[in-house]
Design a protein around this ligand. Sequence first.
Ligand SMILES: Cc1ncc(C[n+]2csc(CCOP(=O)(O)OP(=O)(O)O)c2C)c(N)n1
Ligand SMILES: [Mg+2]
Length: 347
Amino acid sequence: MSEDADVPKETLLRAFRLMTLGRAADERGVNLQRQGRIGFYVPMNGQEAAQVGCGLALDPKDWIVPAYREIGVALARGIPLKTLFDQFYGNAADILKGRQMPCHYGYKAFRYVTASSPVGTQIILAAGIAQASVYKGEKVVSVPFFGDGATSSNDFHAGMNFAGVLHLPVIFFCQNNGWAISLPREKQTRSASLAAKADAYGFPGVQVDGNDFIAVYRAVQEARQRAIAGKGPTLIEAVTFRMGPHSTSDDPSRYRKQEEVASWRAKDPIEHLRDFLVAKKWIDEAGIDKIEEEAKQQVQEAIEAAEKSPPPSPETLFDDVFHDRWRILEEERSEFMELLKEGVLRA
Ligand SMILES: Cc1ncc(C[n+]2csc(CCOP(=O)(O)OP(=O)(O)O)c2C)c(N)n1
Ligand SMILES: [Mg+2]
């Protein structure tokens, strides 16, 4: 673990709680899909330090522009667990009205932009959001989250170039988790590191141990200070590992070796932080057990609440299509509800 000089004990304990909560939520997320209770899930397992480290180093007004794997960032931003599980179930309580794939959420109130599934598209959005913030005179940063694979996308180059040329307050946060589904990092690029790619765009790129909370937290804090001081963007490459499948539609045993997974299990980010806290005597075994139990309980409660909520009413399909209630659309809504009532259509 990096030196702890400037990261307060409270922050580290908070990080440990969030990382533990994130893992508990994540494990249940995968299991719920396996049990047929939700349709899809994208686990972050193994990437907790990178995600919570970055999330906690940001200001609540900073823009988060995620990919699809960022539950750790969402929790660090303060998005309630129940809100997330309502979205995974796509139930009537889901703010997004069950319209998005599970894990593809976004919440305006949290400045958490809707997840991006097409690889890399969030990178240009983040650059544009940063430019808008500058126009508005807001002292905030914009943070796209993406993987090693996304650094080969057109949008990565466009976003990095745009932010570099315009000197925008962007922290390009790359979680290099070793794999882009079945494509290993070695086959992604011949670049010595992903951080090195920043050179071409005229701003710093730093590589950090993505399983070391303090290292990530510090790197993001530093990048944030630079951005807010008008010194432009930074690319951070957090080196980590995806312990689970790419998504619940993937079987990683088809393309990667058990030994690789085992070697990363030994570098577990939560255990890493836990050992550090124990060595400092900031937490003991009983405290750890309590945090783990509370995390599981919170997740259980969120799931129970989500399962109590019915599916969204079919007529909400017609909401939000236009700003004003349009006569033709209202007629279609009535006709649709009639057909449902008659049993011609089934919800
Ligand atoms: C433009 C585009 N191409 C392909 C895909 C299919 N796809 C989804 S995720 C993914 C891999 C992304 O890998 P990486 O950027 O390393 O992120 P990770 O999933 O490892 O977090 C691919 C190829 C897609 N969603 N969008
Ligand atoms: Mg990857």
